[in-house]
Design a protein. Structure first.
Length: 260
């Protein structure tokens, strides 16, 4: 057993039933698949059993990447990238109708998701995302308005992604056993027809400014983003609300003004 790297947030999924359940969420046969953080290849092996058209795997840990290269060297359809996903240009290896899987390292999973949301071309070439997160973070990604999870991440995610399915995974399904429950989210890219935000980075910037004082009313921070005239035209806007009491549509509208 290779020693684990705490710094890489490694927890390997070992439960075969859960692995099958994850891969069963989509049809993998004859599709282009990308897997982020394959670790020892438990999910990878299950994907390969379904005969994908191609499989690209991205693994930062040198030892693990070397082992994966040895394991799959006879399989012409598998390509192993020993890369840091946060620095790697993943967009260049995504083909039309790709599916992206990832049992993501807990410590950088939100950064990976945001990276995927920032693809230059949208709708992107991938049409399904099947990603695993810490449950608490999962709630923040899919959190609807007026729920505990609602905040910056859900405003960003819900603009570009639709949740299809989710299920929880017990800590007992991993080695080493994490202290938290995990959640698998099956997400599909969408194009928001109601708003025309040119660059998701601007929505990120707007929510960053607006949520910088979570407990305070938005009346001060909103003026850093839009002018008084624009504020008057935003429907259902209450300047005495806190950031979490403001609907996502209002953030999208503010971002449209911000981009002008």
């Amino acid at each position: 057993m290779n020693f684990l790297k705490k710094s890489l947030g490694q927890n390997f999924l070992i439960d075969k039933n859960v692995i099958k359940k994850i891969v069963n969420l989509v049809g993998v046969n004859n599709k282009n698949i990308i897997e982020i953080g394959p670790g020892k290849g438990a999910l990878t092996n299950e994907i390969l059993r379904r005969k994908p058209k191609s499989l690209s795997i991205i693994e930062k840990d040198k030892n693990l990447a070397d082992n994966l290269k040895i394991s799959y060297k006879k399989n012409k359809n598998v390509k192993v990238y020993e890369e840091d996903i946060l620095k790697f240009n993943i967009e260049k290896i995504v083909y039309e109708d790709s599916i992206i899987f990832g049992n993501l390292p807990y410590n950088i999973s939100s950064q990976i998701l945001v990276k995927l949301l920032k693809f230059k071309f949208w709708p992107p070439k991938f049409n399904n995302l099947i990603l695993m997160f810490q449950k608490e973070l999962g709630d923040k990604i899919i959190g609807k308005f007026n729920t505990n999870g609602y905040g910056r991440l859900s405003i960003l995610s819900n603009y570009k992604l639709k949740l299809l399915k989710k299920f929880f995974i017990s800590p007992n399904c991993f080695f080493p056993r994490p202290k938290v429950t995990s959640v698998v989210l099956h997400l599909k890219p969408i194009v928001n027809k109601s708003f025309k935000i040119k660059n998701i980075k601007n929505l990120e910037e707007v929510t960053n400014i607006m949520f910088s004082n979570k407990r305070k009313m938005i009346k001060k921070n909103i003026k850093k983003v839009v002018n008084d005239e624009e504020i008057k035209t935003i429907k259902d806007l209450n300047l005495n609300h806190r950031p979490s009491e403001v609907k996502p549509e209002i953030y999208y509208k503010i971002t449209e003004f911000y981009e002008k």
